[in-house]
Design a protein around this ligand. Structure first.
Ligand SMILES: C[S@@+](CC[C@H](N)C(=O)[O-])C[C@H]1O[C@@H](n2cnc3c(N)ncnc32)[C@H](O)[C@@H]1O
Length: 239
C-alpha cells in the first residue's frame, strides 16, 4: 500500500458495524493508532477493532488525547500526535487511525487532520467513513430521522439554551450529542416545550450497557454516560 494515514470510522460499538473497506484497510496497515482519553485507560475504537489486528505483524500505538480545559495543553498534545503519525508515514509506513463512528463527525481525528494539513502537507490522508452513533441510535430506538422535506439538526448539547430552543423550533428532528453532563437542563427545556414525548435517550449503542429510554423522565443519574445521545423527533411526538 502507498504510505499514508488512513482514518477509519469503525462505527459506534458493534464490531459488525465496521465497513468491509475499513476492516480490510486496518488489517493491511503497518501501524494502527488508537486514540484514548487521558482520564480512562480504554479506547472504545481499539476494542472494536481488536479482532482485526495481528500484533505479530502490526504495530499498535495508543495515543493519548487529553480531555482538558487548557487549550495550550491540548494543542501541544495534538501536535505531538501529529508529529508521530507524520514521521511514521514519512518513513514509508501505512498508518490506520481508528475512530468511533465517522471520522468527520465530532471526531478526535479532526484535530490530527487539521494539524497534518497545516504542518505536514506531504502526508497523504485517506478517510474511510463509518456508521455514526446517530444512525445506530436511530435504528436501536426505532426512530426514523427524516423523510421528504424534513429538516434535521445535529448539535452538541453543551449548552447554550437560546440556540437550542431556536433549533428545536426550526427543525423536525434534532440530535443532541454529548448530552450526559447537561441532561437535566435538556429535559427541563423539552418539558417546557412539550417535546418530552418526542424524545428518546440512547446510551452506549452497540456496546456493553446499551439502553434505549423511550421515556426520558425515567433516566436516572446513574443511567447517564458519555457515550449517549438524545433524538428529538416531532413526528414521534405527534404519534
Ligand atoms: C466525540 S463524539 C464522536 C461521534 C462519532 N464520531 C460518531 O460519528 O458517532 C462523541 C459523542 O458521540 C455520541 N456517541 C458515540 N458513540 C456512541 C454510542 N455507542 N452510543 C451513543 N452515543 C454515542 C455521544 O453523544 C458522544 O458524546
Amino acid at each position: 500500500m502507498n504510505p499514508r494515514l488512513i482514518a477509519v470510522g469503525v462505527g459506534p460499538g458493534d464490531p459488525e458495524l465496521i465497513t468491509l473497506k475499513g476492516a480490510r484497510l486496518i488489517g493491511e496497515a503497518d501501524v494502527v493508532v488508537c486514540p484514548i482519553g487521558d482520564r480512562s485507560d480504554s479506547s472504545v475504537a481499539a476494542t472494536i477493532v481488536d479482532g482485526l489486528i495481528d500484533p505479530a505483524r502490526q504495530q499498535v500505538i495508543r495515543q493519548v488525547y487529553p480531555m482538558r480545559k487548557d487549550p495550550a495543553e491540548m494543542e501541544a498534545s495534538w501536535q505531538a500526535s501529529a508529529a508521530e503519525v507524520a514521521a511514521l508515514v514519512q518513513s514509508g509506513k501505512t498508518v490506520a487511525f481508528v475512530t468511533i463512528g465517522d471520522p468527520f463527525l465530532y471526531s478526535t481525528f479532526l484535530y490530527l487532520y487539521r494539524i497534518l494539513g497545516e504542518s505536514y502537507p506531504d502526508v497523504a490522508v485517506q478517510v474511510v467513513p463509518g456508521i455514526s452513533s446517530i444512525n445506530a441510535a436511530a435504528a436501536a430506538a426505532d426512530c426514523p430521522l427524516g423523510l421528504a422535506s424534513d429538516r434535521i439538526a445535529i448539535l452538541p448539547a453543551t449548552f447554550e439554551e437560546e440556540g437550542l430552543r431556536q433549533t428545536l423550533a426550526d427543525f423536525d428532528t434534532v440530535i443532541l450529542m454529548k448530552v450526559h453532563r447537561v441532561f437535566g437542563k435538556v429535559r427541563s427545556l423539552l418539558a417546557e416545550l412539550g417535546l418530552v414525548k418526542g424524545a428518546v435517550y440512547v446510551r452506549r449503542v452497540g456496546l456493553e450497557g446499551e439502553a434505549v429510554f423511550n421515556d426520558i423522565d425515567a433516566v436516572a443519574e446513574e443511567d447517564l454516560d458519555y457515550l449517549s445521545l438524545v433524538i428529538i423527533s416531532k413526528a414521534r411526538a405527534e404519534l
